[in-house]
Design a protein around this ligand. Structure first.
Ligand code: URA
Length: 244
């Protein structure tokens, strides 16, 4: 962690009234996950303490984000895309970051990929006999501002924004999390392997089961039909786990 970022964290925690910070063994997840490969990397780095302010709510978190200028992504954004859905949702979907439509509307997953995600959630639920609409789940992203040209968020941007994803997940405390694509998978679980390796099996964020699956943008490409079938399988597993 570079000195600037560390200073930002220290100021952030000071503002929350937290006086004592502890060193913990290494983590590459951006939302407070112990590194699953830690036994192969015995070195100790400074990372955030595993805590969120007592009495946190989604509104408080959104207010804390405010008119955020903590990283360079604020420069090109129109709207901060915080998240949508119920604070008590038993299932959270985490994407990578807003695209152009989301940046314009301030709502995650409303563009083409978003429409596919909604269709996948609602269509799979219906097929499986589960009464569920998009409004019943919580949807958010690793970074809340659109990366220019839809590029992948940089590690420092993910780390800066990760504190808010961490607090969102701590606040909603869902029964399961579905990480959409490699960036979300890495940010939430700390695993560095690609989606093809990680998908379809249960991983964890703290004590909450995480299912990694393909990002809907990837599924929109016509030559990824097999991935589409696999994503449907992953989603079926998640929905039955959460709603049966
Ligand atoms: N892709 C994402 O990862 N998130 C969105 O909100 C939209 C597209």
């Amino acid at each position: 962690m570079d000195a600037d970022l560390l200073r930002q964290y220290l100021e952030f925690y000071r503002d929350l009234g937290i006086q004592t910070l502890y060193r913990q063994s290494g983590s590459d997840a951006f939302v407070g996950q112990p590194d699953p490969d830690a036994r192969f990397k015995p070195e100790v780095r400074e990372v955030l303490p595993d805590m969120a302010p007592a009495g946190d709510t989604l509104t408080v978190i959104q207010n804390d984000i405010g008119d955020c200028k903590r990283c360079r992504l604020h420069e090109g954004r129109n709207k901060i895309v915080f998240g949508v859905g119920s604070e008590r949702a038993p299932l959270v979907f985490v994407g990578e970051g807003p695209g152009a439509d989301e940046d314009a509307q301030g709502i995650p997953f409303v563009g083409r990929a978003g429409q596919l995600l909604t269709q996948m959630i609602e269509g799979t639920a219906k097929k499986e006999g589960i009464v569920l609409t998009r409004e019943d789940v919580y949807i958010c992203n690793v970074v809340k501002c659109r990366p220019p040209g839809n590029r992948t968020p940089e590690p420092d941007e993910m780390e800066t924004c990760g504190q808010f994803l961490y607090r969102q997940l701590m606040t909603v405390r869902p029964k399961a999390i579905c990480a959409l694509g490699g960036t979300a998978a890495r940010a939430v679980t700390g695993h560095k392997e690609g989606v093809t390796k990680l998908r379809g099996k249960w991983l964890q964020w703290r004590d909450i089961p995480v299912m990694v699956t393909f990002h809907p943008s990837y599924l929109l490409r016509p030559y990824n039909q097999e991935a589409k079938r696999e994503a449907w399988e992953d989603l079926k597993k998640v929905l039955h786990f959460v709603y049966d």
